[in-house]
Design a protein around this ligand. Sequence first.
Ligand code: PEP
Ligand code: MN
Length: 297
Amino acid sequence: MKIAGKVEIDDLPRICPLLSRRTVPRYGEAQTRIVQVGSVRFGGERPVVIAGPCAVESRGQTLEVAREVKGSGADMLRGGAYKPRTSPHDFQGLGLEGLKMLREASLETGLPVVTEVMDPRLVEQVSEYADMLQIGSRNMQNYPLLVEVGRARKPVLLKRGMAAGLCEWLGAAEYIANEGNFDIVLCERGIKAYPSGEYSRYSLDLSVIPAVRAETFLPVIADPSHATGVAAMVEGASRAALEFGAQGLIIEVASDRLDAAKPRCDAAQAISPRTLRRIIHYIDARQEQHLAAMHAA
Ligand code: PEP
Ligand code: MN
């Protein structure tokens, strides 16, 4: 029985005709549309690793963490210059100054940079400094913002709303595609579930990853940092997400070399560059296994 007004997966061809595999058969049942950010390819053979601080806090911190994640083997740099915080009294990010620091870190390391834009009026400014625009979980259904990033001609990292279903998430992506921008990477970042907050920050929805890949040709990555909120869980969550078909990871990292003890934002979920290196080694080993299996076949 169809309940009036209820959005079901069968509605996807109507909600997102530009992005559904059912209405765009060109990508077949399994092929992903590649999203290129500089030399980084989302949806290609190898999962992409984005790493960096939660927030850009200072020039020294940003350069240090950027160098360390580069040394660990990351493909891209992350860092928030504009931060969506629960309280307006918390650190809100360095804004334009932070964007300049990210650009400098990107130039030095050669890592393309992704950073969040929260305000439609700032899409042009953030686009000047970023290689990829991030739409945060809290803004997934900010439709004027989605339209604006759709017009920006920059690749977009669209995080899943923390309470959004698959149809709502893909509907949000459709707003971006509808402006002619198909360079969209989806990111599962944990959802609110019954036990959320009790032992982990959110609940990493692993099952959505194969569902996304079945319904759309857009690449999908996972954010084990915000999903768990617990540094000790990040490595396991990363491996699990890869096993479920995630085509990349976005991970928060803090330097253990910096004098300033703790990041001002999300300190409990930041992993060390050493742990990041281990996650990337795991990806290397998986890639080798896949190649060996392909040759053997
Ligand atoms: C972030 O990645 O910086 C962030 C704030 O994540 P989310 O929007 O998923 O909470
Ligand atoms: Mn964070």
